[in-house]
Design a protein. Structure first.
Length: 372
């Protein structure tokens, strides 16, 4: 009989935001588990909140100020739900509150939390606190989202993490954080890297129509200078290439609408597949550049989200690709055209997949260690 896995990840965040990585990392984990001969479904936990009168007023203001943007974004968000219905297994019930989840937990042989930034806060569901004590609990490539967490978070989550049968984290910094809790953790690769590019449902038609040889995916930016937009435009112009940028709430405020696209998840993958060059400042934007073997440059984030840069540094170091970071003062052309040693990267990917398979089968890792 196949083992049934219940996975809690970033569902609540994903259904309200445009974030391709949050969606596709789960698609990858589900697909990988099924390839291993197991069953998997995504726990639909929505953290539903009533917007109230003020929320409705804000929505109405957005529609009035930017009607075209609002319609395109709404259509894009709807494509996420279509993707879920088409490709993903989900829980039959939608849980809107933690109390409902705790009162009647979904049935499974094993519960998994991860990947993405599931441990970026103190949300009890993401630490599987609703799971009965006699049930198996595992963290796969869970991320704290930063190199350090506060003492308050540490004290709150420590007893929860100690109840896991096995823990793996996505970044080396997560191992250090877990160690300070008295928990032995392993480093595991992000689920997205567990699949080959052919295993993703890419739709190339939009990218072919736009002839988007240069594709950009940026998050958490307030100014186009943060990603050196004029240099990217000049880079594309000198090559006679069209540049397109995936529109997300921050990006669409600072990039001209003529350069923006609002792709479905399948179309987003298609843009990656058809592009010759990728510019990004995001973790999963970088992951998919590696998956599709593209020439790419990575900008470090600035301001409030600069604490998230550690995961980018860790990722590129792991695959011996540190030369893909953008360096101010050097011409973009020279940086982008630096050779990439894909053989070394491929060996690292294969090794990561083998370790992931062992871990998910229950054959990797050791016993939890407490008392620190």
């Amino acid at each position: 009989m196949k083992r049934k896995n219940c996975v809690i990840s970033s569902y609540a965040y994903m259904i309200k935001n445009i974030n391709y990585g949050s969606l596709l990392q789960y698609y990858a984990l589900q697909t990988f588990l099924i390839k291993m001969g197991e069953e998997a479904y995504w726990l639909r936990y929505t953290l539903e909140e009533r917007d109230g009168a003020m929320g409705k007023i804000k929505t109405a203001a957005k529609i009035m100020l930017h009607p075209v943007r609002y319609v395109r974004r709404s259509k894009c968000q709807q494509s996420y739900l279509t993707f879920i219905g088409r490709y993903l297994n989900v829980s039959g019930r939608i849980y809107a509150t933690y109390e409902a989840l705790e009162a009647q937990p979904p049935e499974a042989d094993r519960y998994i939390t991860g990947s993405d930034q599931v441990w970026g806060g103190v949300l009890k569901a993401n630490y599987l606190c609703f799971v009965r004590d006699n049930s198996k609990k595992m963290a796969y490539a869970a991320s704290f989202g930063r190199d350090e967490i506060s003492r308050e978070q540490m004290e709150a989550v420590k007893p929860w993490v100690r109840k896991f049968e096995k823990v793996s984290v996505r970044e080396p910094s997560g191992i250090s954080i877990c160690k300070r809790m008295g928990v032995a953790a392993e480093e595991m690769t992000d689920p997205a890297l567990l699949l080959e590019k052919e295993e993703y449902p890419a739709d190339r038609r939009a990218a072919e129509r736009d002839k988007a040889a240069v594709f950009c995916y940026f998050l958490n930016m307030d100014d186009a200078e943060e990603i050196h937009w004029p240099e990217i435009q000049e880079f594309a112009k000198q090559r006679g290439k069209t540049v397109k940028v995936a529109a997300v709430p921050h990006t669409e405020r600072v990039i001209s609408s003529s350069s923006l696209v609002y792709p479905s998840p399948e179309e987003w993958l298609g843009y990656y597949e058809k592009a010759e060059y990728i510019f990004t400042n995001t973790f999963h934007g970088t992951v998919f550049a590696i998956i599709f073997r593209k020439k790419f440059l990575v900008f470090l984030q600035e301001g409030k989200t600069k604490a998230q840069n550690g995961r980018l540094v860790s990722l590129l170091k792991k695959f011996d690709l540190e030369n893909r970071f953008y360096h101010a003062g050097e011409r973009v052309e020279e940086q982008m055209e630096r050779p990439i040693d894909w053989n070394t990267a491929e060996k690292a990917v294969i090794c990561a997949r083998e370790r992931a398979a062992l871990f998910l089968k229950g054959e990797g890792g050791g016993e939890q260690q407490y008392g620190i």
